[in-house]
Design a protein around this ligand. Sequence first.
Ligand code: ADP
Ligand code: MG
Length: 320
Amino acid sequence: MAEFSLIERIRARAATRGDVLLGIGDDAALLRVPEGQALVVSTDTLIAGRHFPRESSAADIGWKSLAVNLSDLAAMAATPAWASLALTLPSPDADWLDEFLDGFLELAQAHEVALIGGDTTRGELSITVTVQGFVPADQALRRSGARAGEDIWVTGSLGDAAGALKQWRQGGLQSAKLRYRLDRPTPRIEAALALRGLATAAIDLSDGLVADLGHVLEASGVGAELDLGRLPTSRTLADHYADETLRWNLQLAGGDDYELCFTAPPSDALAIEQAMAACETSATVIGHVRRERGLLLRTPEGEAFVTQSSGFDHFGEAGA
Ligand code: ADP
Ligand code: MG
């Protein structure tokens, strides 16, 4: 199957939308940006063996390659609109492509995202997705807005994906629930839109809480204290990782959560709880912003805690 027929296969299944004046098929797409809104653009690449296990299903790879990009739009409180897809495949495999599109387009449809173009080449499996969305410029959630005294929140629960990755690496029994969280992350779009005008700063958690919150603290010129006893933990993670220290390390440095971490004044806590309830997303206060730089981690007993590592290099070469 030639490159052209692969593109034709993609075009035949890609939905469109009213603001796409010209989609797949010409030299470039022609798009209309709504008046009064800023265009928000983000790109992320996924490489086999580095960002997902090589044996991952094509559908999971398709889902995740869009999910991690939509997660970046969520972190800016942008409404997703369009995506382009640069695919590098070892061989022009129509069956693999169909399955990949099952996952990719399922998530695209859920958020009314139109696939508006891309590129198709041959080489080691790698997927680069660019997403575009809209936000009124003054409502975008930046990393730089956190102020001393504010609460630090996270959506959902932390550590499931890292727990799955650790099980996979060890080659033993794997929890299907944890693995699902690794393969099919949920971009927190609805929560992010509900946080416009409420959150003061936001980031999505791709590299691990300590590393990503660190970016917010750095950009905002502040520090923070986190209460490890408040880290939101799924029952499945607690069942599989009974050891607290190990679990905290997964939650603090594991990565691949794709939850939102955001800050807001304590006076807005009730409004945030209501906004999150309205979009059926859980959100938890895990600490507060401090004037003093640095990140303090406290156990429920009040002792200082040091993580094993402060960032996550995804699968690393060794684990792939
Ligand atoms: P060009 O040589 O002008 O770059 P291509 O053959 O790469 O043209 O692409 C032809 C059309 O198909 C373009 O509209 C492009 O955006 C679209 N396209 C190519 N690959 C993909 C893909 N993987 N997903 C979606 N659209 C694609
Ligand atoms: Mg091209």
